[in-house]
Ligand binder design. Sequence first.
Ligand code: HEC
Ligand code: HEC
Ligand code: HEC
Ligand code: HEC
Ligand code: HEC
Ligand code: HEC
Ligand code: HEC
Ligand code: HEC
Ligand code: HEC
Length: 417
Amino acid sequence: MSSKQLTAAVFACLLMLAAPLAAQQENNCIKCHSKLMPNLSKPAKLYEHDIHNSVGILCNDCHGGDPTNERRHDRDDPAQGFKGKPATADIPALCSKCHSDATYMRSFNPSLPVDQMEKYVTSLHGMLLEQGDTKVAQCISCHSVHDIRGASDPGSPVYPLNLPKTCSHCHSDKEYMADYGIPTDQYEQFATSVHGVPLLERGDLSAPACNDCHSNHGAFPPEISDISAVCGMCHVNNQQLYRQSFHAEIFEMMESPGCVTCHGNHGIAHPTDEMLAAGDQSACGTCHAQEPDDPGFAVSLAMKVTMDSLNGLMHSTRELVELAEQKGMETSDLSLELRSMRQNYIQTRTVVHTFSDSAVAASARPGIEQGKLSMAEALGLLKAHEARRWWLAGATLMLLIVLGALYLKLREVESEE
Ligand code: HEC
Ligand code: HEC
Ligand code: HEC
Ligand code: HEC
Ligand code: HEC
Ligand code: HEC
Ligand code: HEC
Ligand code: HEC
Ligand code: HEC
């Protein structure tokens, strides 16, 4: 390669590098809009971080018009194809022009679903928009606009940690939702629930956000018959036992929403054994008479007795083990046994969903047996420790007597000299 050719090649490379920069500068939409008043310049400024910008989609792909035109668009000149700001009701069609086009989307990202519109039109949001209600959520209510990000980008409003706030922007606004007569406490309840606390306070992505139960684009409360499936996506064992139980069919006939009947939907609390006792926390006593001669409630009370035995043994053993530890005794075997009792307790709580006292008793048996053994073991350890203390005290006393005698003997010898 001659030096002339080399210079030409380097020059070509530089030109290629500069080309996108030039294209950017030639984009008169951005150039002019950046200098306008806030509501007109904001889109141009935000767009830098928009995922569409990163794949080369520009203002005119959504708004029409000609980005090489240095003069302001003229709405009255059809040749410019300028469409302006889309009406709210037209936004889903605008977005799905690309997002429902499988061939087009595949050329960018083959793994991206193309069913958003298909699902959206079946949601209550989509159906109401179709009827002209523009207060419902459409694509940009959840995804924002000019600052649209990938769903897995932590800055996206649909990222799991941000999503509950995105929904509650409307759903917690009493005034905004007043026309619809539905509750507005979903976020408030969710935020303090077994799911909201790990998600929002600990960033635990295994806990569900609103869309895990309501789906991303088909936002509808789940049908009564689907609720156990919704919860069962994550709580597989509970769902299996519940589905196999006699209650599943009875609840469906009663139009009682499965898991939600006993646990609630947004404000789910940590279940306790008290749900099996009489009183206002009773999960069974909402339908069954809270009396021992109601066959359903009798089963509830029997399960409570089993859970109490297991729990009682676990607590007493733990206290004895802690005492032994304080006295400096070797308790690692007992700690392992305690852990296996805890495991048994957790499993048995799940077996409650058979609603059979004998199944719960059978599940708890190994834990209770273990509990009795471990407790005896811990007591044995403490007794041995006590015995050793007596032995030690006896031995010390003996030693003192011997020392005393020795001392007296020494003095005797000294005085004889
Ligand atoms: C020379 C400046 C200039 C250029 C170039 C320009 N605009 Fe505008 N644009 C304006 C001004 C001023 C307004 C507000 C007045 C109006 O609505 O016409 C506006 C309004 C808009 C609106 C809102 C219209 C509405 O219906 O409310 C959109 C959308 C828009 N421009 C998009 C674009 C796009 C896309 C391009 C490039 C193809 C572009 N603009 C190029 C100056 C410009
Ligand atoms: C992916 C599609 C899309 C792209 C790309 C896009 N916009 Fe928009 N733009 C929209 C939608 C949708 C709205 C309506 C927002 C609303 O209803 O609040 C809008 C609204 C606007 C408005 C009106 C703002 C207002 O508050 O009245 C302006 C101005 C605008 N866009 C300019 C731009 C400019 C400049 C670019 C390029 C930097 C751009 N848009 C790129 C979809 C897009
Ligand atoms: C001109 C075609 C086009 C239009 C119109 C369009 N998009 Fe996109 N969109 C794309 C392409 C291409 C991607 C990038 C796919 C990729 O590479 O991951 C994308 C990406 C996205 C993503 C990120 C997906 C992910 O998780 O990775 C979201 C969200 C999105 N668009 C929403 C919208 C919304 C909302 C609108 C309407 C306001 C819209 N899009 C309009 C073509 C378009
Ligand atoms: C009620 C809120 C909501 C509305 C309305 C909505 N989306 Fe989404 N969208 C989401 C959520 C939530 C996700 C998934 C986030 C995740 O994967 O964690 C998502 C994901 C996406 C993705 C990434 C691919 C995928 O399907 O997971 C695209 C693209 C997208 N939406 C486009 C759209 C378009 C186009 C519309 C309008 C037809 C729309 N969305 C309406 C909430 C919404
Ligand atoms: C732009 C405001 C807005 C946003 C954002 C929004 N919604 Fe909605 N949503 C509404 C309105 C308005 C209704 C209609 C209420 C009705 O008719 O009962 C509705 C209806 C619903 C319903 C059906 C309620 C019923 O009556 O049975 C569910 C479920 C729902 N939204 C869930 C969500 C979830 C989950 C999100 C976030 C991913 C979300 N919404 C985001 C405004 C919004
Ligand atoms: C663990 C699953 C789950 C989560 C998480 C969840 N929901 Fe729900 N939601 C439900 C169920 C189930 C119903 C149906 C009500 C019923 O039959 O008890 C419902 C009902 C609704 C309704 C209808 C009105 C009502 O309150 O009954 C709206 C609106 C709603 N949810 C919005 C939300 C929003 C917003 C979030 C996030 C802050 C959210 N949901 C989180 C399961 C969930
Ligand atoms: C996306 C997965 C997911 C879905 C869907 C889900 N959960 Fe959960 N749930 C979890 C996780 C994860 C935890 C544990 C959170 C923690 O670390 O404390 C949990 C905790 C619980 C607990 C407390 C357990 C305990 O030991 O204290 C109950 C009760 C519960 N969920 C019931 C439900 C019900 C009822 C539904 C349906 C309406 C549901 N969950 C839907 C993931 C899910
Ligand atoms: C008839 C009432 C009832 C129904 C229906 C019900 N549960 Fe429970 N659930 C309970 C009771 C009672 C406990 C607490 C047992 C205890 O702590 O002694 C519990 C405990 C739990 C726990 C914590 C213990 C564990 O298994 O980790 C989870 C999670 C749970 N339920 C999920 C579900 C799911 C998911 C469904 C639906 C498939 C469901 N429950 C249906 C009454 C019910
Ligand atoms: C939503 C209402 C509802 C709740 C909550 C409920 N049950 Fe039931 N249960 C029924 C109905 C209805 C029947 C069938 C009629 C009957 O025997 O009373 C039934 C039947 C039973 C039976 C069979 C009784 C027999 O006659 O042999 C048992 C056992 C039972 N339930 C236990 C429980 C336990 C334990 C709980 C709490 C963990 C519980 N149920 C919570 C509605 C409920």
